[in-house]
Design a protein around this ligand. Structure first.
Ligand code: HEM
Length: 231
């Protein structure tokens, strides 16, 4: 068996863990934005997001096991939990240690999601964004494979994909809010403030005859409150 096997394990599992992390972030965003939300989707699509996060944790554990078992660089468990303690590239490794903390926090809080107040869970879950960037910096600064063209292209394509979906997530709600506002205005045009036929200022005017829209409710509550003549 090659004596470099642990080193290969550390490198390959680090890269796989990072890719799984990126996939979990992208998948989570696809589920929470309208890209997938408007369509009927089977339950396994939701579970996939959780699975990707869980697998990222598993491959990170393999990453640490590889580093610990490899004897080219001395890595004790303390070097893996105390940021800056490693003698080998302390700053680059510290980013990895900090990402590990966030990864564990996000994963644990998701496991206990039902027991946590929604706001707390959400706050922790949003740490996935800094987690992804910290792990990206860590991989780029600590990794042996950053010299490889394949590695660099993989990182570029993955980062562009994450940035694209995050941007969509940030921009999309404002469009949705605009659509909601339009729908509200359209409803107002039809119903009027008390159910009478009126026009909303921001929408194309359509005046509805009183008879068409008057409901029992509006008749009872304010029959003459809005003397808008539609004739
Ligand atoms: C306690 C936490 C961590 C420690 C101590 C640590 C340490 C290291 C070290 C020493 C390397 C350099 C390996 C080499 O190329 O020889 C490395 C590379 C790497 N790590 Fe970590 N890491 C940690 C957490 C993470 C996490 C959470 C991720 C991602 C989810 C990650 C992803 C990577 C990647 C992608 C590489 C580059 C691999 C390569 O280019 O060969 N690491 N890490």
């Amino acid at each position: 068996m090659s004596d470099k096997i642990w080193w290969y394990l550390a490198r390959s599992s680090g890269i796989v863990a990072w890719l799984l992390l990126a996939a979990a972030v992208i998948w989570g965003l696809l589920l929470s934005t309208r890209i997938l939300q408007d369509r009927r989707r089977p339950a396994w699509l939701n579970d996939l997001h959780r699975w990707l996060g869980g697998l990222a944790v598993t491959f990170t554990a393999l990453h640490l096991l590889g580093l610990w078992a490899d004897d080219y660089v001395e890595f004790g468990w303390a070097d893996m939990v105390i940021p800056g303690r490693s003698e080998w590239r302390p700053v680059a490794v510290a980013w990895g240690v900090l990402s590990l903390y966030l990864l564990v926090a996000v994963q644990l809080s998701s496991l206990f999601m039902r027991r946590l107040p929604r706001r707390v869970w959400k706050g922790i879950h949003y740490a996935s964004y800094p987690l992804f960037w910290m792990a990206t910096v860590h991989g780029g600064a600590a990794g042996t494979d950053t010299g490889s063209r394949l590695y660099r292209w993989t990182v570029v394509v993955t980062v562009v994909a994450v940035v694209f979906v995050v941007t969509y997530r940030v921009v999309a709600p404002s469009r949705a809010a605009r659509r909601r506002a339009q729908a509200r205005a359209a409803r107002r045009t039809v119903a009027g403030p008390s159910g009478d036929g009126v026009t909303a200022p921001e929408t194309p005017t359509r005046t509805i005859p009183r008879r068409e829209v008057r409901t029992a409710e509006s008749t009872r509550s304010a029959p003459d409150a809005h003397p808008v003549s539609t004739r």
